[in-house]
Write a protein that binds this ligand. Structure first.
Ligand SMILES: [Zn+2]
Length: 452
């Protein structure tokens, strides 16, 4: 509970404060919600604040004094999502690429979500993401592998059956084409093994009853459509991360033993890899909308630990002292969307920048750079007019895994609710991972000592 200053302003809030204070001796909450913005550093949060009224994210109301987290991997190197998410899931550092497995590539690191599933705890579990569900961050909680790969993660998810499992990845990983023995259909395996009600779009998700308290939705490709691009596709019908969180809490909170829900805002990282300032800021706000749903529940419930953090920062974003907010707000598509139209021959890069960002003053040098470097140079042209900088040099513009744009910057951690008081100062990502075991109600296993 870091926001005590806010709590003593009204009578009702004072009651909430005293209640929380009374719980300090017994800090194992009923429910745990762990939210990870991938690539979501302090400056990404600052980018999101530029777009919201009053410059305040819901995160700022939830915890006005976020702590900071060191994200480096077991070798003290810049982390990828697998090593950092493993630290959160297991309380142990590992090498890049490993999914809840030590750097010897064979020692399994038990996870706090597995402990929550143990019959002794009997908690319901949920995993949600805005990027494909067998990616590293959603993968580490219920799977173990020496290399991040969907082919090793998915069969373990089929066995583990998180009670609520929502996100993208259908066409790329869970139900690929192919014939005969090459046909991939993990979705049928999931439905049959885990007794899920399955939903196919936002309307079905909203209407779902989940009669067995089990809910599955796996849709689309590698990611939900980026928040900034959804307005450009009238046929888009997938749920937002906020809608997914609302339904997940509705289903999971039926469990009398409580629940452990992990939510990843994965698209922030992908937008930041692309050095896309407007797309990054918009996906931060979409993530904050999801935080709002969780925070409203935690606030009303009074017995839920809500932790919001990041696995690492991406891009070395620097908002500086004079961002052009009006320009950032006026952009209506991601650079990915713009360059996609260019690649498909639907419009020139100049026309795309005019149509989606109102840019009509490209210099000769910028035009030449766009011809040579494509999307990277489109992002550069937009960042220049937004008056923000990405400190890290341009890497390859691509989807994860690509840690070339990840930085060593510490990341923020916002926390609310019983048991979260230790998240104040600078902490290590493994401290937070060990705390999750405490919140589940078990002691964190000691980490293996791997020789040289
Ligand atoms: Zn990344």
């Amino acid at each position: 509970m870091k926001s005590t200053g806010r709590w003593i302003t009204t009578g009702a809030a004072l009651f909430a404060f005293l209640w929380a204070g009374g719980a300090l001796g017994n800090e194992s909450p009923k429910n745990i919600i762990m939210m990870i913005g991938d690539g979501f550093g302090f400056e990404q949060a600052a980018a999101g604040r530029l777009l919201v009224p009053g410059g305040q994210l819901v995160l700022d109301a939830m915890d006005s004094n976020p702590g900071s987290v060191n994200t480096l991997n077991v070798f003290g190197d810049i982390t990828d999502s697998a090593a950092s998410a493993t630290a959160y899931a297991t309380g142990c550092k590992t090498e890049n690429g490993n999914v809840s497995m030590a750097e010897d590539d064979s020692t399994i690191l038990p996870t706090s979500m597995e402990a929550a599933q143990d019959p002794d705890q009997g908690m319901a579990t949920g995993i949600l993401s805005s990027v494909y569900l067998c990616d590293a961050t959603p993968g580490v909680w219920l799977a173990h592998a020496p290399r991040r790969s969907c082919s090793s993660i998915i069969p373990q998810q089929v066995k583990a059956c998180p009670d609520v499992f929502l996100g993208p990845g259908e066409k790329v990983s869970y139900q690929r084409g192919g014939k005969g023995r090459n046909r991939v259909d993990y979705i049928t395996d999931l439905v049959e093994n885990c007794n899920y009600e399955q939903v196919g779009n936002a309307a079905e998700l909203a209407a779902a009853q989940a009669p067995n308290d089990r809910l599955l939705g796996i849709w689309g490709g590698y990611t939900l459509m980026y928040d900034i691009d959804q307005q450009n596709d009238p046929s888009y019908n997938l749920p937002s991360l906020a809608e997914m969180v609302a339904k997940a809490i509705e289903v999971l909170s039926r469990n009398p033993n409580g629940f452990f829900l992990m939510v990843e805002g994965g698209a922030i990282d992908w937008m930041a890899h692309n050095k896309d300032i407007a797309g990054t800021a918009r996906d931060v706000v979409a993530f904050d909308d999801a935080v709002a749903v969780a925070y409203n529940f935690a606030h009303a419930d009074g017995n839920t630990a809500l932790i919001v953090t990041a696995d690492h920062e991406t891009g070395g974003l620097d908002i500086g002292n004079n961002p052009n907010v009006a320009f950032i707000e006026s952009i209506t598509a991601s650079t990915d969307f713009m360059y996609g139209r260019v690649l498909r021959g639907e419009m020139s890069a100049e026309a795309a920048l005019d149509t989606y960002a109102g840019v009509t003053d490209l210099t000769q040098a910028e035009k030449a750079a766009i011809d040579a470097y494509g999307e990277t140079a489109i992002s550069d042209a937009l960042s220049a007019r937004a008056n923000v900088q990405w400190i890290l040099p341009d890497g390859e513009v691509s989807v994860a895994p690509d840690e070339g744009d990840h930085s060593a910057y510490e990341v923020p951690v916002w926390a609310y609710g019983p048991g979260t008081g230790s998240l104040e100062g600078p902490i290590d990502n493994t401290d937070l991972g060990k705390l999750l075991f405490d919140l589940v109600g078990v002691s964190a296993p000691s980490c293996p000592v791997i020789g040289p």
